[in-house]
Design a protein around this ligand. Structure first.
Ligand SMILES: [Cu+2]
Length: 280
C-alpha cells in the first residue's frame, strides 16, 4: 500500500508536460516566470528522487525485517561508514542545490533587454533596469479591491499633475518589452501576482516595491489575482494583463487618454451646470 502510494506520488512528480503540468509546478510563459518554474522543477525532481529512495528503503525494511513469532531482533550499535555516507550525500545534495540556485538567480532578478522597437521606453535609477537601460515603467496601485495602473514617465510622483492615462483591473502592455512595475498600495497590504508572468510582489502602504516581466507574444491575456488576504472582497481583486503589439499599445494609450479627457470635460460641464442651477 505504502509502496503503491510512493510509486504513484513519484509518477505524479516525474510526469512532464501532461495535463498535470501547472498543477504541481508553477505556471510559466514569460520571463521571469519561466526561470522561476525551471529552478522550481530542478529542485522538485531532485526532491522526488530522494523521496522515492527514502520511502523505498523504508518500505523494504518494514517488510524484510517484520516481526515474526519468537524472533529476537539483532542489537546493532551504529554503522560508521553508513552514517558518514548519508551525511556526506545529504550535504552534497545541498551544495548542488545551492550552486544551481545561485547560477539561476540572476535570470530571475535581472531584467533582460527589450526586443521591441521602443521609443516609449525610459530609464530610472531606483528600479530594476535591463542592460541597455530601456524599459517601460508602469505604476501599479493596489486598493480595496481593485488594481489601478498609471502609464507614463513620472507615474510615481506626478500622475495627477501630468494627467497621465490610467486603467483599472486590466493592464495593457506591449509585447517583447521589459515592463517594470512600481507597486504601491493606498490602504492595506495587497500582493501583485500574475503566475505566468512572474513571482509575487507585495504592495505595502508607504513603500514602493518593484517587479518586472517581458511578455513574448501580442494578443495574449494573462490572469492574476491579489495574493494577500486584504479584506472581504479580496477574492474579487483579480488582475488581467493584455499584451498588445507596440503599435497597438501606442494607439490604445492615446485612445485611453482621449476618453479620460472627454469624461473629465463632461464632468466639469455637468458640475458647472449643477452649480449654476443650485443643485450642488
Ligand atoms: Cu488585495
Amino acid at each position: 500500500m505504502l509502496a503503491a502510494t510512493a510509486v504513484a506520488v513519484a509518477g505524479l512528480l516525474l510526469l512532464p508536460g501532461t495535463a498535470l503540468a501547472g498543477f504541481i509546478t508553477p505556471k510559466s510563459g514569460a520571463p521571469p516566470a519561466n526561470q522561476i518554474a525551471s529552478l522550481y522543477k530542478i529542485i522538485l525532481y531532485i526532491a522526488a528522487v530522494v523521496f522515492v529512495i527514502v520511502e523505498g528503503a523504508l518500505v523494504y525494511s518494514v517488510y524484510k525485517f517484520r516481526a515474526k513469532k519468537n524472533r529476537v531482533a539483532a542489537q546493532i550499535h551504529g554503522n560508521t561508514r553508513l552514517e558518514i555516507g548519508w551525511t556526506v550525500a545529504a550535504a552534497l545534495i545541498l551544495v548542488v542545490l545551492t550552486v544551481v540556485t545561485f547560477v539561476k538567480l540572476p535570470g530571475i532578478i535581472d531584467p533582460p533587454n527589450s526586443t521591441a522597437p521602443s521609443h516609449f521606453l525610459s530609464a530610472a535609477v531606483t528600479e530594476p533596469t535591463p542592460p541597455n537601460g530601456k524599459k517601460l515603467t508602469i505604476c501599479v496601485q493596489g486598493r480595496q479591491y481593485i488594481w489601478r495602473y498609471t502609464y507614463g514617465n513620472g507615474c510615481l510622483n506626478g500622475s495627477f499633475a501630468l494627467k497621465l492615462p490610467y486603467s483599472y483591473q486590466e493592464l495593457y502592455v506591449p509585447a517583447n518589452t521589459t515592463v517594470v512595475l512600481a507597486i504601491q498600495s493606498t490602504d492595506v497590504i495587497h500582493s501583485w501576482w500574475v503566475p505566468s508572468l512572474g513571482g509575487k510582489v507585495d504592495a505595502v502602504p508607504g513603500y514602493t516595491t518593484y517587479a518586472w516581466f517581458k511578455a513574448p507574444k501580442a494578443n495574449v491575456l494573462y490572469h492574476g489575482q491579489c495574493a494577500q488576504l486584504c479584506g472581504r472582497q479580496h477574492a474579487f481583486m483579480t488582475a488581467l494583463v493584455k499584451v498588445l503589439t507596440p503599435a497597438q499599445y501606442q494607439a490604445w494609450l492615446a485612445g485611453q487618454q482621449r476618453q479620460i479627457q472627454a469624461a473629465n470635460a463632461q464632468v466639469t460641464q455637468l458640475r458647472a451646470y449643477l452649480l449654476s442651477t443650485g443643485n450642488l
